[in-house]
Design a protein around this ligand. Structure first.
Ligand code: ADP
Length: 325
């Protein structure tokens, strides 16, 4: 028996089937081709996108390199400028230090010459001559104060180890000596000092005598300057913390002068600040004293602060650690 396809299906049927099969394969191939084509297209799109991204990244990279180059150039410029500033600061410091030291000796000589005239040590002088000589003496003292302030400001940037000589300082005698210096300016304004002497067993504080003197002189000078005629200045030493874990004393200088406005309260420790009401009462002043005092007290390990009501006086307090052997 012959079972060949040819024998089962007639010729035409065979052609139709093979036609279908071919068509089917044609469709499948067409579909596969289309699928591949769109896959290839999307791959090409993606590749283009990636290439775009790579280009963008390269651009960013170039920008960054350029920025880095500019930054390095700026850094170089800044470090040069910084070096130059340090040199200028050094030169300024040396200039202030040399000129103030050079000024101090002749100024002291002028002051003592006026002093000798005023005390009739160089012969009798008339009341009129005395008045002029007193002006000369006062102006010289002001100049000495400014020179000392400039020196102190200059030293404020130095390390305390280099410029401070700490030792045991007896407060009572120091304050009494300073009050004696201010006796004449206080008397000329009818101001009297009231010093509450501390208990006789008050231990000494740890301080640099010369620097502490600058602080006390400045606070007492301010109390006199910023008081109207007929005031009173009270100086007190509070010893309640001498036996605490951080033994210290508190010194207070209280006046009944012009006091501090709310604006002045924010600024008085800034260099060169002078409140307008202070300037109109006392035109002479540098605005440096309190900033120097704050620096000095800080370097002693103490604190300085004030309380005041505008028009009703001010009280300045500062603390100092006790001297410990
Ligand atoms: P100066 O007295 O030379 O102006 P200071 O630094 O000692 O400089 O003081 C700064 C400012 O603080 C003063 O100009 C004044 O406005 C204010 N001040 C200081 N002490 C007193 C005080 N006892 N009473 C009122 N104002 C004061």
């Amino acid at each position: 028996m012959d079972f060949s396809i040819v024998s089962i299906f007639p010729n035409t049927t065979l052609e139709i089937v093979s036609g279908f099969i071919l068509l089917f394969f044609g469709f499948v191939l067409g579909y596969l081709f289309q699928a591949k084509k769109s896959q290839v297209k999307s791959l090409i799109r993606e590749a283009k996108m990636r290439a775009g991204q790579i280009k963008a990244l390269e651009d960013v990279n170039k920008d960054m390199e350029a920025t880095m180059r500019r930054l390095s150039a700026k850094e170089f410029e800044l470090s040069n400028a910084n070096q130059r500033l340090r040199e200028l600061e050094d030169a300024k410091s040396k200039f202030v230090s040399v000129s103030t030291h050079q000024l101090r000796t002749p100024l002291a000589a002028i002051k003592w010459t006026f002093h000798m005239f005023l005390n009739n040590q160089l012969g009798e002088i008339s009341a009129e001559q005395k008045e002029f000589l007193q002006k000369g003496f006062d102006s010289t003292e002001r100049m000495i104060k400014i020179v000392n302030e400039l020196l102190a400001i200059d030293l404020s940037s130095a390390s305390p180890d280099d410029v401070y000589q700490f030792g045991a300082v007896e407060l009572e005698s120091l304050i009494k000596n300073i009050l004696a210096e201010f006796y004449s300016p206080a008397q000329s304004k009818d101001i009297n000092f009231v010093f509450d002497s501390p208990p006789s067993d008050l231990p000494p504080v740890r301080a640099d005598l010369a620097k502490l003197k600058i602080v006390l002189e400045n606070l007492i000078d301010n109390a006199v300057k910023y008081s109207a005629r007929g005031g009173q200045i009270m100086i007190g030493i509070d010893d309640r913390d001498v036996n605490s874990s951080q033994p210290k004393v508190k010194i207070s200088i209280k006046d009944k002068g012009i006091g501090l406005s709310s604006e002045a309260k924010k600024k008085i420790f800034q260099k060169f600040y002078r409140a307008p009401e202070a300037v109109s009462l006392e035109p002479d002043g540098s605005g440096l004293g309190l900033s120097i005092a704050k620096d000095i007290i800080g370097k002693h390990g103490g604190t300085i602060w004030f309380e005041s009501e505008a028009g009703s006086g001010a009280v300045f307090h500062f603390t100092l650690p006790l001297f410990q052997k």
